[in-house]
Design a protein around this ligand. Sequence first.
Ligand SMILES: [Zn+2]
Length: 136
Amino acid sequence: MSIPLPVEPFTIEQFYKFLQQGKLMAGICQKCTKIHMPPRPFCDKCGSQLFSWVNISGKGKLVTYTVINIAPQEFQDLTPYTIGIVEFAGGLRIPGMIQDVTQEQLKIGMPLVINFDTCSPPQQWPFWQRYYFKSL
Ligand SMILES: [Zn+2]
């Protein structure tokens, strides 16, 4: 019998660790194949705890966005800035800051790509993750 390779835990922390490595990863349920991003310890469809990591393409499209004019103190220097929800292959959606796109250029459905440079200023885990979206 072979010993299974250790698998990174299916936690938000690990999700962000992958992001720091420039990888957008999701957990796929081994039973029902539902993909969770960010990952979770239990499948919300079938209750399974068996997952594998899958790499998700960083290209998506803008689903909705909000322009932030009044920000928490640490982000006041950035205002106005845009927070968007971006949808990736398989209908996976994650929120993030959109940079290098003017408000006039913003359009629902526009293609965006994830960028793994740290967005400035320093991030506060877990809400200000080490990525942002920009236009393709
Ligand atoms: Zn499942």
